[in-house]
Ligand binder design. Structure first.
Ligand SMILES: Cc1cc2nc3c(=O)[nH]c(=O)nc-3n(C[C@H](O)[C@H](O)[C@H](O)COP(=O)(O)OP(=O)(O)OC[C@H]3O[C@@H](n4cnc5c(N)ncnc54)[C@H](O)[C@@H]3O)c2cc1C
Length: 489
């Protein structure tokens, strides 16, 4: 074995701080090449979320025999399972049916602008160009989609579609079944603890070290390793290191979204970018159920706990985050009428009943009755809703909502208010890749044998991810990474 080398010797100051804050230091050594590998595969995919499953299937269908996915939790899916599933793609038949102008080029320029031009233009253009193909690829593999095209929260333009079936799980269930048919093992409860490279910061990535049931195993990957281990939104300390306001917030993420594979890649020389940009979206108060009433932007308004609107609801997600965190107690109400409530897919059943019992969902037959339930001055809430309804008529919103999002008044009883605060949701930063999903080292060169896709990468979304763009990213760059690994690029 090569000699043990301390990680911190190699890390720059900020990366060392990240390692020190977020992970048990020096648990494993990425430069410890085993004398004997426990087993050998062709391609090893880390993470069974949307990016990992699509990478593995693509590689297998390209003719690679032995593709294996390792997943640290007990189930495949990651955050992709939790996703609403809203998927942005500028598909001609869809936008023509809607009677609006759209194109992959417009999708790209809006994505770049929404991320303050910190996304890599070539990477973004490839994503928006291939996003329609990714939708078709999912259909070809059995995913069925709803017909409705809409503007998702933080989506900035109506180009999102959802799968039929249980939201993000619909993608995972279908692709997991494809893995079964294609003979791609998904090894759960198997955690990658090191990515192994030939030499410190040099040479090929050879494989990984995993931990399963308390035992360690070295797996050689002759074609390469695809890192698709997701983001770090569930790692409060690491998020807090970058944005202190966020450390005490809850998260929408699955508990495994902790970012240790990102750290493993930093250890072997990967370049990172944009780790400071962490997205939040509204969610329930810690430990309390809540009804999700904010998916369809043209249907709801936010008020603070005084019953006053504080931002235009079609704003960028970072703008919405900052506006809500600046409100009294960092709380807001999401208000819809009966039609808006009906439209929300999650707004029925046990989730709602639990929220009502917990006091986070209020219902009133009149606006004044709702206000009383919310412990808000009825006259203030009435004035807020009247002003909004007038804006729907005049197409001029004093808070700044776009005319296209001033479509539906809040007029039909009963009226509903769901209490929300912000939650850590998506980490925009991660490793740098090129358009072939090869990971770039801090020396500016491709790290041979290492590919990455999905939320672990940091070059797509810039400062602010557009709602619905993660699905476009993971299924597009997942497929690109799988193809590049299959070609041994
Ligand atoms: C509640 C919620 C709703 C969302 N809704 C939408 C939406 O409607 N539209 C949209 O575009 N985006 C949405 N997003 C964002 C989107 O879901 C994610 O960005 C995306 O699913 C990430 O996919 P991924 O494949 O990169 O990672 P994931 O799906 O998170 O998969 C990564 C996998 O890697 C595993 N892993 C991590 N570390 C290791 C390790 N050391 N060893 C082995 N395995 C490991 C994880 O357990 C996980 O299963 C939503 C996110 C959340 C949380």
């Amino acid at each position: 074995m090569t000699s043990r080398i301390s990680r911190r010797t190699f890390l720059g100051a900020s990366a060392a701080a990240v390692a020190a804050v977020s992970f048990p230091a020096f648990a494993v050594n990425p430069f410890m090449i085993p004398k004997k590998w426990d087993r050998t595969v062709d391609i090893l995919v880390i993470g069974a979320g949307g990016a990992g499953l699509s990478a593995a299937i693509t590689a297998k269908e390209a003719g690679v025999k032995n593709v294996v996915i390792v997943e640290k939790t007990a189930f495949p899916g990651g955050n992709t399972t939790r996703a609403g599933g809203g998927f942005n793609a500028a598909i001609k038949a869809d936008y023509e049916k809607l009677g609006i102008k759209d194109s992959p080029e417009l999708h790209a320029s809006q994505t770049l602008a929404a991320g303050d031009y910190r996304g890599n233009p070539e990477i973004v253009k490839k994503m928006t160009r291939l996003a329609p193909e990714s939708v078709q690829w999912l259909k070809d593999h059995g995913v069925k989609f709803q017909d409705r095209i809409y503007q998702i929260y933080g989506g900035l333009y109506p180009r999102a579609r959802n799968p039929l079936g249980p939201r993000g799980s619909a993608y995972i269930q279908t692709l997991y079944a494809v893995c079964g048919k294609e003979g791609i093992p998904v090894e759960v409860n198997t955690k990658v603890v090191a990515v192994i490279r030939e030499k410190p910061f040099e040479g090929r990535v050879l494989g990984v070290e995993v931990e399963k049931g308390g035992k360690r195993e070295f797996i050689r990957a002759t074609y390469g390793v695809v890192a698709a281990a997701g983001g770090f939104g569930a790692n409060a300390k690491l998020c807090g290191l970058h944005d202190l306001r966020l450390e005490k917030l809850g998260t929408t993420n699955q508990p495994g979204a902790t970012g240790e594979v990102l750290n493993d890649l930093i250890d072997i020389g990967a370049q990172t970018t944009d780790l400071d940009y962490i997205q939040c979206i509204p969610g329930g108060l810690p430990g309390k159920p809540y009804p999700n009433l904010f998916t369809h932007v043209d249907r709801f308004i936010f008020t603070n706990i005084e019953g006053k609107r504080f931002c235009h609801e079609d704003a960028r997600r970072d703008v919405l985050r900052d506006a809500m965190l600046a409100q009294p107690k960092m709380l807001a109400w999401t208000i819809v009428d009966a039609d808006g409530f009906e439209l929300q897919k999650n707004s029925k059943g046990p989730e709602n009943e639990a929220a009502r019992k917990a006091g986070t969902l209020k219902i009133g037959n009149t606006v004044e009755e709702l206000a009383k339930q919310m412990e808000v001055d009825p006259a203030t809430l009435k004035a807020t809703i009247d002003t909004y309804n007038k804006a729907v008529d005049t197409k001029k919103d004093p808070v700044g909502r776009a005319p296209s999002m001033l479509k539906n008044k809040i007029i039909k009883a009963p009226f509903y208010a769901g209490m929300v605060t912000m939650k850590r949701h998506h980490t925009m930063g991660g490793v740098v890749i090129n358009t072939d999903a090869q990971v770039i080292g801090r020396d500016g060169k491709v790290i041979p044998g290492l590919y990455a896709a999905g939320e672990i990468t940091g070059v797509v979304h810039g400062t602010n991810r557009v709602g619905g763009n993660a699905m476009a990213d993971i299924f597009t760059y997942g497929r690109v990474a799988g193809m590049s690994a299959a070609k041994k690029l």
